[in-house]
Design a protein around this ligand. Sequence first.
Ligand code: GDP
Ligand code: MG
Length: 162
Amino acid sequence: MFTLAIVGRPNVGKSTLFNRLVGKRLALVDDQPGVTRDLREGTARLGDLRFEVIDTAGLEDATDDSLPGRMRRLTERAIAVADASLFLVDARTGLTPTDREVADLLRRSGHPVLLAANKSEGQAAEAGFLEAYELGLGEPLALSAEHGEGMAELAAVLRPLI
Ligand code: GDP
Ligand code: MG
């Protein structure tokens, strides 16, 4: 089955989106010991679409210095196992250096990438949404994983890939 990896630095809303797509309310990724801790897979339902989705985690303990390196390794793993990546950035905080590094890696990989600016509900997200264009990954989707906004648009861009 088509597999989509949700990638992005900590706190952009990856697990919130995973839970919405998979339908589980709890994403206690940090509390699960063992080797499956940093990649969690489930079957997503989005309208009539069904696909596998991977939540990348395990970065939350990283110190500031090690985050870019860990992001790079995790993104490389996600690229290796998934058919496409959904790269989430946070429209409320705007871009960070780590976002830009991950974007460079994704762009160079040639792996199919969908860019989404999460937390896009409300006016506080407008500047961050526009900033996402700077990543050179095409037009960002405006999502709100928490409020369920942008899900039809996400389905529309995924449909031709699946
Ligand atoms: P992850 O570290 O990327 O997996 O991020 P989480 O899914 O754990 O979310 C981090 C924080 O962002 C949590 O407090 C969420 O409730 C919040 N969050 C997630 N999605 C949204 C959204 O669409 N809008 C807003 N305002 N907050 C969100
Ligand atoms: Mg998470």
